[in-house]
Write a protein that binds this ligand. Structure first.
Ligand code: ZN
Length: 621
């Protein structure tokens, strides 16, 4: 296994900085070189994953008399490697092998087609507004962006599209109900009918996924998907979702009632249509909680927030974070070293906080260097990239962050700690490596909780000019607004997750029951809002048909369950209790994917996860 580790390491050390720089300092010189590299790296990975000689060599390691002498982390890495070979079809012979390959190729075509149809359908719609009266209700900034979009398209007026940054504010603010209906209808009927119809694409994807899973000996695609995840069985997942749904129902129904009454009484609507919901919700939200992110920003100056977050984790884990030295790609980038309580260096990380024209949007953590006990016995320390896209400071004024941005920073730092606080020495399961998909967000969502904790917020939330602590009145408003429509949102996510799971397990492709039938019966079961008959949201549900979330959409809620329940231990024992934190570090954070995640969770909590904390954090009793 060592030569394989060394190959992976060599590739990682040269390729990680390239992908990183491509994302944060993109340039037309780098782009084609990056593309060439992507192809070579993909070819190498395919070659390794399908190499039969390599597979049989690794199998012999797994069967060797030495196996019992390996450490637990080595055994785990070996098991993961063998499992991934099997799931890629390495055990298949003859016709089955050929058919499996054929299916994989066809599936890759189909998922690309699915995504392309969604993109083309999204681009195929435009709403050009000529009459200024039709803009009523829309904020200035939204109108400006629409005007600019029109200008860029060589038109005059205001142009709205089905891209989320354009679609969503229109649905939330536009007072013109007919136009809302028009744009809503276009949005939820994307990739239906005509050349871009995804209905047949979905049917074929489902059939082929099922066939591929059965070639590998699984009952269905959901079981195949769960083979690499923390959740063990389909029943475990659906039971969890159904329990959450049942417990959230009452609150969601009350929210719908409140919204309907508000829409009729305050907004003068005759009834609540699907295209009225975001509009009425936004009005209700502002009516109930008059709080804006802008109001909070002066209390969250960048440096203060950062130091406060460091203070928190220093207290929790007995570490120390100090600015360190490393080559940087931009003047706004910082590098920090992490030291343990004995003063020994254990990790380092880059922080690139501000948006730039040549930088990809969003926020993420990525691996720069992986912790690894090298063949010569020396220990390589982990290094992370933390990337955000916050507004840069203007002039002398410090950068001020919204509370949402503070949460984003904590979230990514949580991923970073998972990577950096690892004590695993085996490369393949060190840090976030080998952590199942449905548990990867545990440490990140866990960190978000602290942003709602008065004791912790006091570490950093001071007015950048007056030094005044964030007033209780503002903090209470923040808390109250946090769970606005939490019941409705919960049921919506469950509807998607349950639909995905049932579609990939119970449902028989090419049977009497259509995909729409499945969706309808899931909605009958859990939804509090039934969309109109013409809604075909599934035809643009890229997460499960084109992304990696097939029979895995539940992962969002699953990871939330784990992080909420883990955090509840801190609520019980003291949110900055170093003993609780050190137990969390020992059982979960530092072991990552080196052992079964459920075992890790049980070691920390003394029991299996329950939904109580998740419901409570969402304000659902
Ligand atoms: Zn995340």
């Amino acid at each position: 296994m060592t030569p394989l580790d060394m190959l992976d390491e060599r590739l990682q050390r040269c390729w990680s900085p390239v992908t990183h720089i491509n994302a944060v300092m993109n340039s037309k010189e780098l782009r084609p070189i990056y593309q060439q590299g992507v192809q070579k790296v993909a070819a190498y990975q395919t070659e390794v994953a399908q190499n039969e000689a390599l597979y049989s060599a690794i199998k012999s390691v797994g069967r060797s008399a030495d196996f019992d002498t390996y450490s637990d982390e080595q055994k785990q890495m070996l098991e993961h490697t063998l499992r991934d070979f099997r799931l890629a079809g390495a055990e298949l012979k003859g016709d089955a092998r050929a058919r499996y390959k054929e299916i994989q190729m066809r599936l890759s075509e189909l998922t690309t087609t699915f995504e392309q149809h969604v993109l083309d359908a999204t681009r195929g719609f435009e709403l050009l507004i000529i009459d200024e009266a039709d803009l009523a209700g829309l904020p200035e900034s939204v109108c400006e962006a629409a005007n600019q979009r029109a200008t860029e398209a060589g038109k005059s007026g205001w142009l709205f599209t089905l891209d989320i940054p354009s679609y969503l504010p229109f649905m939330q603010y536009a007072e013109n109900r007919e136009l809302r209906q028009q744009i809503y209808t276009a949005y939820v009927t994307r990739a239906t009918g005509g050349e871009l119809d995804n209905a047949t694409v979905i049917d074929e994807i489902l059939q082929l996924r099922k066939e591929a899973a059965s070639l590998l000996g699984f009952d269905d695609y959901a079981s195949y998907s769960l083979a690499t995840k923390m959740a063990e069985t389909t029943a475990e997942v659906t039971q969890f979702l159904r329990e959450l749904a049942a417990k959230s129902r009452k609150m969601a129904e009350a929210e719908v009632k409140e919204l309907t009454t508000f829409a009729i009484k305050e907004l003068g609507l005759d009834m609540l249509n699907a295209w009225d919901i975001p509009f009425a919700s936004e009005h209700l939200r502002r009516h109930t909680y008059d709080i804006s992110q802008e109001e909070l920003k002066p209390y969250f100056p960048a440096k203060q927030v950062l130091n406060g977050m460091f203070e928190l984790v220093e207290r929790l884990y007995g570490i120390e974070i100090r600015e360190g030295k490393a080559p940087k790609w931009h003047k706004d980038v910082h590098f920090f070293d992490i030291f343990d309580k004995n003063g020994a260096k254990i990790a380092g990380f880059y922080l690139d906080p501000y948006a730039r024209a040549d930088k990809r949007g969003g926020a993420w953590m990525d691996e720069c260097v992986i912790r690894w006990r090298k063949p010569d016995g020396s220990l390589q320390l982990p290094v992370a990239y933390l990337v955000c896209n916050f507004d840069a400071p203007i002039g002398e004024k410090p950068a001020l962050w919204t509370h949402n941005e503070v949460i984003t920073l904590f979230h990514e730092f949580g991923h970073g700690l998972h990577h950096m606080m690892t004590r695993v020495n085996t490369r393949g399961v060190s840090g976030i490596n080998g952590v199942p998909w449905d548990a990867v967000e545990l440490p990140s969502q866990f960190m978000e909780n602290f942003c709602w904790e008065r004791e912790v917020v006091n570490y950093f939330a001071r007015h950048f000019e007056t030094g005044e602590l964030l007033p209780d009145t503002l903090f209470d408003k923040m808390l109250a607004a946090k769970n606005f429509q939490a019941g409705m949102q919960m049921l919506r996510q469950i509807e998607f997750a349950l639909f995905d799971m049932v579609l990939h397990s119970e449902h028989q492709p090419a049977s009497e029951e259509s995909v729409q039938d499945v969706l309808d019966r899931i909605r009958d079961e859990v939804a509090v809002i039934i969309p109109p008959e013409f809604n075909r949201f599934q035809n643009s549900f890229s997460h499960i048909f084109a992304g990696g979330y097939g029979a895995g959409y539940y992962s969002y809620k699953w990871a939330e369950l784990l992080s909420a329940d883990a955090y509840a231990a801190f609520e019980e024992e003291g949110v900055t209790n170093p003993e609780t934190a050190s137990r969390f570090l020992d059982t979960i954070l530092s072991v990552g994917g080196s052992r079964d995640l459920m075992k890790s969770f049980e070691a920390f909590r003394g029991r299996k996860p329950t939904v109580d904390a998740l419901l409570r954090h969402s304000g659902i009793q």
